[in-house]
Structure formats: C-alpha cells, structure tokens
Design a protein around this ligand. Structure first.
Ligand code: ZN
Length: 106
C-alpha cells in the first residue's frame, strides 16, 4: 500500500513538475502553483492529507533549491554559470553552456 502511494507521487512529480515550472517562472511561485498542485493531486485521487503535504513540500523544496542556484549565478539544470545575454525582448540570464543547455532564468 505504501509502495503504491509512493510510486504515485513519483509519477505526479515527474509529469507535472516540469509543466508547473514552465508555466510559472521562478520568481512567480505563488498560491497559484499551490492550487495547481493541489487540484492535480485531487484529480489523481491521492486522498491522504499527509501524502499531499509531503508532495507539495517536495515541490517547494525543489523550486527553492532551483531559485537559490539561479540567484547565486548557476544553472540549476547543468550547474554551468549563468550569463547575461541580450535577447530580442531585452536582457535575460541564460546558461553559459548554451546551446548544450537551454536553461533561461526569467
Ligand atoms: Zn545549464
């Protein structure tokens, strides 16, 4: 039973986390994300409060770690240095390993 629940968490995590991160950029993590995660969990019938809490916390931890890396100038994807680039719509921070790594901090 506990194994079943655990594998469910992993599936949600793998499938939805990249989407969630893409949808909302790092600086804008807010209640919207929480709500999004919450709704997905409900729709997937994970009805244990504790499971939900653990899952949401895991996501927040990952996002926080990502944010910390970006803030200290490193790519959370590959660990490369972030460099300031000038894009069509203004300057942005991107991974120095571009095009091998296409991480962009919005
Ligand atoms: Zn990178």
């Amino acid at each position: 039973m506990s194994l079943k629940v655990k594998s469910k968490i992993d599936v949600v995590y793998t499938i939805n986390l990249p989407k969630t991160i893409k949808k909302y950029n790092i600086e804008n993590i807010s209640d919207l994300v929480k709500e999004d995660v919450y709704k997905k969990l409900i729709s997937l019938n994970i009805d244990s409060k504790e499971t939900r809490k653990t899952h949401v916390n895991a996501i927040h931890k990952t996002l926080a770690e990502k944010e910390t890396k970006v803030n200290s100038g490193f790519c959370p994807k590959c660990g490369g240095k972030l460099v300031l680039r000038n894009g069509r719509y203004g300057p942005f921070k991107g991974c120095g390993n571009f095009p091998r790594c296409r991480f962009i901090s919005k």
